[in-house]
Design a protein around this ligand. Structure first.
Ligand code: FAQ
Length: 316
């Protein structure tokens, strides 16, 4: 088959809803788009452990600490599934981490904001994991098999993450005046950055057209953002919190909540590396990656030892 015929057949498989697997033929652009997105997603899960890790030793009860610990460990697991899915393109994790450290690979803008109080643990679970679920439930239908399968598993855990965050915020909202103020303050600070997680508007998103044609994304950035807004506004009202947007209004005709324009200058500034915590997050990752070198060396030496022992057994 010519390259052109292969491309036509590939698109027919996508249109028919078939999954593409690592050994199947696929266009280079499809590969590159997926590799960029999956590796960025993996880095986000790992860098995303930092804002919550910061609060582990200050959790207000043993129960809260155990839940937070389990959640952070889940995020590490998500990173591992996603690095494995990205490795199906023949680039190993060492290279992906080098790309993160050099600034060639991004991670989600949301993790460049500081977690200032315990209420932020609630806001991260409720809003950040809440946004992640909306996005990832869609990605579970993605055309690339390894990514779609990783997403199914991840979404199950994200459901628990969102609920534990909402529980923290709901309890604080129903608590003392100071606790309610902390919950409101966390919502004020995390609301707009959470809306930015979905990426630029569809009209300004360079990748959406091809990603939707290839069913990497089956819904657009704006559609998903609106779904998140509609869900979250109701959840905030239910526990007596106010969405920090003076232009928020319900449109009875469209049956959607309308919000103020998003500050895209801030978004691009954060994406370009100038957010409040970009340097801190990346330096932290570099430091502990370097300090963990001996663990990787031991694991590699052990693997070599096993290989040579099994070769010796086979030759006897
Ligand atoms: N941050 O054309 P589009 C989580 C970039 S996991 C930084 O719309 P696309 C769990 C984009 O890369 C959160 N960069 O791009 C958790 C592109 O840059 P490039 C992570 C962003 O890919 C919770 C350019 O802008 N989730 O939260 C962002 O079609 C708590 C143009 O954008 C995922 O990664 C952003 N927010 O759509 C963990 C989900 N948005 O390469 C720990 C998978 C856009 O041209 C604690 N990713 N950019 O230079 C996706 O679904 C997509 O990649 C989008 C962007 C929707 C993020």
């Amino acid at each position: 088959m010519t390259e052109e015929e292969k491309a036509i057949q590939f698109q027919q498989r996508i249109d028919a809803g078939e999954k593409i697997e690592p050994r199947d033929w696929m266009p280079d652009d499809y590969k590159q788009t997926l590799f960029r997105q999956i590796s960025q997603h993996a880095h986000s899960e790992i860098i995303g452990m930092q804002p919550e890790g910061n609060w582990l030793l200050r959790a207000p009860s043993l129960r809260a600490k155990k839940i937070l610990m389990a959640k952070i460990q889940d995020e590490a697991g998500h990173g591992l599934y996603l690095y494995s899915a990205a490795e199906t393109f023949g680039i190993d994790r060492t290279e992906m981490i080098a790309m993160l450290h050099s600034g060639k690979a991004k991670y989600s803008s949301i993790f460049n904001y500081p977690a200032l109080t315990w209420a932020d643990m609630g806001a991260i679970g409720w809003l950040v994991d809440g946004a992640a679920i909306v996005n990832q439930t869609m990605l579970a239908k993605c055309s690339y098999g390894p990514y779609a399968r990783a997403m199914v598993r991840i979404c199950k855990e994200e459901g628990f993450h969102q609920r534990q965050g909402y529980e923290i915020i709901a309890n604080m909202s129903a608590g003392t005046r100071e606790q309610k103020e902390m919950a409101q303050d966390a919502l004020n600070r995390w609301w707009e950055p959470s809306l930015m997680m979905f990426g630029p508007h569809d009209a300004d998103s360079p990748h959406t057209h091809n990603s939707m044609k290839w069913k990497i994304k089956v819904e657009s950035n704006d559609t998903l953002r609106q779904r998140f807004i509609d869900r979250t506004v109701e959840q905030a009202h239910h526990i007596g919190l106010t969405i920090p947007d003076k232009n928020l209004k319900y449109n009875k005709e469209t049956m959607h909540w309308e919000t103020s324009p998003i500050n895209w200058d801030e978004f691009w500034n954060v994406v370009k590396g100038n957010g409040p915590c970009n340097h801190q997050r990346l330096n932290h990752h570099k430091k502990y990656h370097q300090e963990g070198q001996w663990v990787r060396d031991c694991a590699r030496a052990f693997e070599e030892k096993l290989k040579s022992e099994s070769a010796a057994i086979k030759s006897n």
